[in-house]
Design a protein around this ligand. Structure first.
Ligand SMILES: [Zn+2]
Length: 213
């Protein structure tokens, strides 16, 4: 679209690029663009350099598909982690949140997407073949599905279970026998109050109830 002349063409280009970022509308784009024009030029260019460097250095790890500068990534190379357990998460942000909690010591597989027919994300886009490949590794005993507890996350989990069972569900030839496929528990959040939970969280909590110690 040709510039209206009200703003310099290069500013229009910057605004258009910023507006393509998630969660950035025209007003935020305008605020960011004018901020970048106001700060010292070296600071603005440092941002451009950081983007260029990150894009050049960071690639998905060939084992877990998390973004990393080394392949395998530091998590997959860490020999103290439990290689028999693979947790499947939707995004690298989910991985970071679980790592920040500091209680999980297994490995990961990052889907990078979730089934969303409306947005054109089908089973092929999920990379189920790569997950099946990961599940066939000789040291993997259990794959735990950690997709989000919502409609698309549940649909994604169903597709993952089917793919995993197809690849090693009944595989008694595998040195470790049949693959154990599990899902993260769901239900009442710790620190929450029952009176403030919605019906589906309460239903999930009943379904996932377990013997008291
Ligand atoms: Zn990795």
């Amino acid at each position: 679209m040709p510039s209206s002349g009200a703003q310099p063409e290069s500013l229009e280009t910057l605004l258009a690029a910023l507006e393509r970022l998630p969660g950035i509308g025209p007003r935020s784009a305008s605020r960011l663009a004018h901020h970048l024009l106001r700060i010292p030029e070296s600071d603005a260019l440092a941002l451009a350099d950081a983007i260029r460097t990150a894009r050049a250095r960071i690639k998905p790890c060939s084992l877990c598909r998390a973004p990393a500068e080394a392949d395998p990534c530091p998590l997959c190379s860490d020999t103290t982690r439990d290689r028999s357990l693979v947790l499947v998460v939707e995004t690298p942000r989910d991985l970071q949140a679980i790592e920040a909690a500091g209680i999980y010591r297994g490995c990961y597989f990052v889907l990078g997407a979730r089934l969303s027919p409306l947005e054109g994300v089908d089973e092929q886009a999920l990379g189920l073949g790569a997950l099946a490949q990961r599940a066939l590794a000789p040291d993997v005993v259990e794959v735990c599905i950690g997709t989000n507890p919502d409609l698309e996350g549940d649909g994604t989990a169903l597709a993952l279970v089917a793919a995993l069972q197809a690849c090693r569900g009944e595989d008694t030839e595998h040195p470790l026998g049949a693959l154990r496929v599990t899902r993260l528990a769901r239900g009442l959040p710790t620190g929450g109050q029952i009176e403030h939970q919605n019906a589906s969280a309460i239903a999930d909590a009943f379904e996932g109830r377990r013997p008291s110690v």
